[in-house]
Ligand binder design. Structure first.
Ligand SMILES: [Zn+2]
Length: 210
């Protein structure tokens, strides 16, 4: 088990486009496991690879972690309504998303890369996701409601899009101060890390010169 640090708003990796996974090997499985461990540790419902600093087309979701576990969760995988304990955790590699719903729904969203920040986001109610599992087998997920929202949110991350990029100006304005504060905190953290790593490198140089 390996819990990784979750990247925060203000880090470039959250704005970059990911590249497709080419090798379905052990390192991909390890990445998926690390992402799940990190997501569970942070009490999240979904996590995309850029959120652990990897620019790869992978995301994970576990609908068993939704706040209202009584809420219906409808989905099929390869046409079958699998029990949740078999379908979850859900890992999607190199996914392609189709918005097949006819309705737009608005609901509050949050994101592990934006701790404590929530805002209403419009999403299509039903989606179809074609993806690969970590063994390289191709599957098709069809889901609606919260699961579909989660899929759209995580898929966005693979294209460098965060939920705040989808807000109306009015809703963005409401959380603007919190976002600016988070960006400052991230900038300070990155500066501190840079200082530390150059201090370590300097210590290494001193050791080498002995
Ligand atoms: Zn997110």
């Amino acid at each position: 088990m390996s819990v990784r640090r979750i990247t925060k708003y203000g880090e470039d990796v959250l704005r970059a486009k990911t590249r497709p996974v080419e090798k379905f090997d052990e390192s991909l499985k390890r990445l998926a496991e690390d992402m799940l461990d990190s997501m569970y540790q942070a009490n999240g419902l979904g996590l995309a690879a850029p959120q652990v600093g990897e620019l790869l087309s992978v995301f994970v979701i576990d609908m068993r972690r939704r706040l209202n576990t009584e809420a219906p969760c409808n989905y099929t995988i390869d046409g079958v309504a699998l029990p949740m304990d078999i379908a979850m955790p859900f890992v999607a590699v190199n996914p392609k998303l189709e918005l097949i719903g006819q309705y737009i729904e608005t609901a509050e969203e949050g994101c592990l890369s934006f701790p404590g920040i929530y805002a209403p986001v419009e999403r299509v109610d039903t989606v179809r996701l074609t993806y690969f599992d970590t063994d390289g087998a191709r599957h098709v997920l069809v889901c609606d409601d919260l699961f579909a929202r989660c899929v759209q949110h995580e898929f966005d991350h693979l294209n460098g899009v965060c939920f705040v990029n989808r807000l109306s100006n009015k809703d963005l304005f409401k959380i603007e101060n919190k976002i600016k504060k988070l960006r400052r905190q991230t900038r300070d953290y990155l500066k501190e890390m840079k200082k530390e790593s150059s201090a370590n490198a300097a210590a290494g140089d001193r050791k080498d010169s002995k």
